[in-house]
Design a protein around this ligand. Sequence first.
Ligand code: GAL
Length: 421
Amino acid sequence: MKQFNHNTLRKALAAVCLAACATATAGTQSLQVLHWWKSASERKAVDLIAQRLGEQDVGWHDGVVPSGSGVGAGIVLRSRMLAKDAPEVAQLNGIVIRDWAQLNLLQELDAVAIAGNWNKLLLPAVASTIEYDGHVYAAPLGVHRINTLFYNRKLLQRLNLPVPATWPEFERVAARLQQAGIVPLAQSSEPWQVATLFETIVLAEGADLYRNLFRQRDAAAYADPRLARALGRLRAIKRWMGSPIRERKWDDSVRELVGNRAAMMVMGDWAKGELVTQGMAVERDFGCAAAPGTERYHLFNVDTLSMLGTHPELRAAQEKLAALVLTPSLQVDYNAIKGSIPVLRNAGHMKMDACARASWKLFNSGAEAQVLSLVHRMSTDETVRDAIVAEVHRYFLDDSVTAADTQRRLAAIARTSTKTR
Ligand code: GAL
């Protein structure tokens, strides 16, 4: 009888515990986060945010849509919105924030921004990318420099080659590397990666041209001989990319540098995060320089998280995440993994490697140096960006398409698209 009572008690206690546990689970809020970070370093950076958020009793329900530069993630997000199945958090970045805020699809984060004093803490160029109509619509994680040339130190040293500072110098260095059986430039034929290289080549022709083409979208600028030269350059350097030029993920190109098969790569500095995660050390094994001809400019984008307004009961959890993103310790640790620089004004004294220090210094030198990236969603809306990327890609793949023809087609895109800003 005694035994029976004990068992009953144990069972009863277990039942109570089960109920309590269920309540606890239900009480622990979790946010679905849609993003496109899939490479080893990106994963590490995401895990860090998820872990810090977990320490504040908010779960991170990961919704990764692997797609370099976020093309696929954007499609998935739009269809989920239409199906009324939106995640609570999404990586949007750049102009998309403004476009979605206009449509009333994002939660404003004004309370968090005011409580956290964001207008004092944030770098002004970052603040303007997350605001629309006087409200804050995203939590910024870091600033990436797109016009970066990564080089394998050992390979250049072995052949006693300089780090090319201009495109003609790049040609000379590349020829020597190729003679030695090394692929001079690791490059994929994936559309956004070709366009990322192209936008740095255009930048070498001058920030005024870049801004006229991709920001003002001045149709006359498309007839500029400097654009013809940039297109010619893109085609000419195909011969330094190994053969065939494969459509591979950007982190696979990083692997070429790590494996000493390729000597250089032009890519946003998320590639630095990946080089480090794949085992190379900044300065010792690889270096970062400006992409040829662009040392005066910081072509940039800002990674951000926006909150979607689907579940009012998760508002507090969303605000916790937004506040967490701006904490100095998250900023330092996250950006060290990701390859970007912190978004905080006083981050200058924070622990940074040589690449980050150079990026930081230039970015903070003022508006003249800062150039908004077309391909990484900072300077035009998605439709125009996608159309330009497609044209550049077609020109890159098909040698029978002329530069003049491409200039005309790009001008037509500029002429016929709505200018939203
Ligand atoms: C960029 C983004 C980076 C990185 C990269 C490659 O647009 O800002 O954080 O993820 O795409 O996917």
